[in-house]
Design a protein around this ligand. Structure first.
Ligand SMILES: Nc1nc2c(ncn2[C@@H]2O[C@H](COP(=O)(O)OP(=O)(O)OP(=O)(O)O)[C@@H](O)[C@H]2O)c(=O)[nH]1
Ligand SMILES: [Mg+2]
Length: 273
């Protein structure tokens, strides 16, 4: 399985992001907590240079809490911080605003010393499907209702107020231009950051089963009544084609969907972290 996917629209998105980033004071870097390190895009790292970064460890409801606990401090440094998040639940905006203000305290102080109140701008970035838009919608429910019917403002460039003195801007997902590290590429495929149509779902499902069995032995058998591979899952679930042959493709879809929706349990799917 070789994954390399960098369509034209993503290059365009990265170029646009570069221009928009000039206006941002801080970056909200959304990572899927099931594969946080794989979500770190080297291109985005370059873009972020110099600006403080708030890593949003998103989808915490789906990940392995103990493993996350062990690595989350890696996202905290002098110029960076992290927040754990389930973007489908509300009530996080004040935490995020506070962290943003703390990361930008030097700038805030500089202006407040002159008696000027400023608005901080946070740009939301991350690989596709990590939950950027869900996060933005979550953070700015009220503000969106007020500004949502402004005509001619594209979603990617719209800034929403999420709290006193803080605005956020959504961007389209951007991936690696070159997915050299195939283990990371696979992790991104598992979590749905790479469009399913561009790879063979049977291959992805087989790799996913292999990875889960390595990291969480027994999980697959437990879920699928002792079945260990796609053929056995077909048999146990009676997934058959009209002619009676095993419907391997349906078994593959089942495993991938079950993983993504959390039915296989709370899993961090990265191999080496
Ligand atoms: N369980 C869970 N699902 C989430 C969370 N955040 C987002 N999602 C789901 O993840 C999927 C992708 O969310 P989006 O907000 O569209 O992701 P995105 O990063 O904006 O995607 P692109 O715009 O394609 O880059 C949706 O099905 C969301 O409902 C979370 O914290 N927990
Ligand atoms: Mg989006």
């Amino acid at each position: 399985m070789k994954i390399n996917w960098f369509p034209g629209h993503m290059k365009k998105a990265l170029d646009e992001m570069r221009q928009e980033l000039v206006k941002a004071d801080v970056i909200l870097y959304v990572l899927d907590s099931r594969a946080p390190k794989s979500c770190l895009n080297p291109e985005l790292e370059k873009l972020a240079e110099g600006k403080p970064v708030l890593y949003v460890l998103n989808k915490i409801d789906l990940t392995d809490f103990n493993k996350l606990e062990n690595i989350k401090q890696d996202f905290r440094s002098e110029n960076t911080d992290y927040v754990e998040m389930n973007s489908k639940q509300s009530g996080f905006s004040s935490v995020i605003c506070t962290k943003i203000k703390s990361l930008c305290r030097a700038k805030l102080k500089k202006y407040s010393d002159k008696g000027i109140k400023i608005t901080l701008r946070a740009m939301v970035v991350g690989v596709p499907n990590c939950g950027k838009s869900t996060l933005v919608n979550n953070l700015c429910k009220k503000a969106k209702a007020v500004t949502g019917d402004r005509p001619g403002v594209t979603k990617g460039k719209q800034w929403f107020r999420i709290g006193s003195g803080v605005e956020v801007c959504d961007t389209p997902g951007t991936l690696y231009p070159d997915l050299k590290d195939q283990e990371k590429a696979k992790s991104l495929a598992f979590i749905g950051s790479i469009r399913d149509e561009i790879f063979d779902e049977v291959e992805v499902a087989n790799e996913l089963i292999k990875r889960i069995e390595k990291l969480y032995p027994g999980t697959i058998e437990e879920r699928y009544k002792q079945a260990k591979n796609l053929e056995e899952i077909c048999k146990i679930r009676a997934l058959l084609l009209p002619g009676g042959e095993l419907d391997i493709s349906r078994a593959a879809k089942t495993v991938i969907t079950d993983f993504r929706s959390g039915k296989l349990g709370k899993i961090m799917i990265e191999d080496k972290i």
